[in-house]
Design a protein around this ligand. Structure first.
Ligand SMILES: N[C@@H](CCSCCCCC(=O)O)C(=O)O
Ligand SMILES: [Zn+2]
Length: 369
């Protein structure tokens, strides 16, 4: 089957549904070490990586992002991490490309070769070192014929420009996202200027991923769009926020929350939140809509279901899910049978359930017999 390319899917107002979060999900499942967050699981536990790709494919993802986040050799060794002595970037990227392609071929999905920021930039090692690291990763993507490149999670637009310079040489389409909020990158470059520089450096798709929640991400992509419009630039827009409500953050996003990274659970977004996010992103003109850390398969399904009409298709996982809880009618509990419909779920504000701070509601437990 000849698959439509990324640009063919995006052209004509098409919508591409991205995948969800890998390192956070695989850490919870015991296959990734939180802290370094490196992707050696692509070599050590390929079945676990494959399973997660499959879950996102079934949920509606059009893209299998190679599990190569933070796979640069400098990151694998960073801080004395033993991982760098046991695994190389090349072998991780090779394994990850094979896994992503295998699952992508189980459906109509594309493979996005994922490259992310490297510690060498922040350590000031310079352009030659950063670009040599990027070439190592990009070479594997070229060899494995990935469908396009995803350059993600950059917090300095200059580093991303250096990587985009190398990525352009592959001849592949590049989608690039920065991990920034309304305040812009770590050097103080505002979001609009970051977007303009990404587009001018050759990215066909520009946007933001992670670090910020869906609401902040929408505000940031709006600023990016304004910057692009002012320069008459029209790249496609992409958003893959994290899946945790964290409005109280400055330039460094959710890492400022004391709960980051191992106690974020009560902040997790609901599927109703993601319906809202997907719709707002679509109305803003975003056409590559996915998620990052915290986004599980049911969140991706919520994107695919919210935009099913625009996409002209439903995800496979919808055969086990009737939108807006309609299947609750089949519950044996009378009052649960009533918890159906968009009007019930879309504005429900979940409690954390904890007694302190008092964010739980004083239910009369006898009213639910
Ligand atoms: N494509 C990747 C993006 C991960 S984004 C950030 C992960 C944590 C980074 C950190 O705390 O250093 C994934 O889905 O895991
Ligand atoms: Zn993330």
């Amino acid at each position: 089957m000849v698959k439509k390319t990324l640009l063919e899917r995006l052209s004509g107002d098409g919508v591409v549904v991205g995948d969800g979060g890998f390192v956070f999900q695989l850490e919870k499942r015991g296959y990734v070490k939180g802290g370094p967050w490196t992707p050696e699981a692509s070599v050590q536990h390929p079945q676990a990586v494959k399973q997660l790709h499959r879950e996102f494919l079934r949920a509606g993802s059009d893209v299998m992002q190679t599990f190569t986040f933070y796979s640069g050799d400098d990151k694998l060794k960073f801080g004395g991490n033993e991982t760098g002595n046991k695994f190389t970037c090349r072998e991780i990227n090779e394994a990850a490309c094979r896994i992503a392609r295998e699952v992508a071929n189980e459906g109509d999905a594309l493979v996005g070769g994922c490259i992310s920021r490297c510690p060498s930039y922040a350590e000031g090692k310079g352009k030659a070192v950063v670009q040599a690291q990027a070439r190592e990763q990009l070479d594997v993507f070229t060899k494995h014929k990935v469908d396009f490149i995803i350059a993600e999670f950059f917090n300095y637009v200059e580093e991303l420009e250096w990587v985009l310079e190398e990525a352009k040489k592959t001849g592949l389409v590049v989608a690039s996202t920065m991990s920034i909020g309304k305040l812009g990158d770590k050097a103080g470059v505002p979001p609009g200027q970051c977007a303009v520089r990404m587009a001018r450096a050759g990215a066909a798709v520009v946007g933001v991923n992670c670090l910020f929640d869906p609401e902040t991400t929408l505000e940031t992509i709006r600023l990016m769009k304004e910057g692009l419009d002012a320069e008459g630039l029209k790249p496609y827009l992409m958003t893959q926020p994290n899946g945790y409500h964290c409005p109280e953050t400055g330039r460094n996003g959710w890492t400022c929350c004391s709960e980051y990274p191992f106690a974020m659970e009560t902040r997790l977004v609901t599927r109703a939140d993601i319906h809202k996010f997907a719709r707002e992103a679509y109305k803003l003109g975003v056409r590559y809509i996915g998620g990052c850390c915290g986004f599980e398969a049911y969140h991706i399904r919520a994107i695919a279901e919210e935009l099913a009409e625009e996409r002209g298709k439903w995800p496979a996982a919808s055969d086990k899910h009737e939108p807006w809880g309609a299947a609750n009618r089949l519950s044996t509990v009378p009052y649960l049978q009533k918890r159906v419909g968009r009007e019930y779920w879309q504005d429900l504000v979940p409690s954390s359930g904890r007694k302190a701070p008092p964010t739980y509601q004083n239910y009369d437990i006898h009213s639910y017999n």
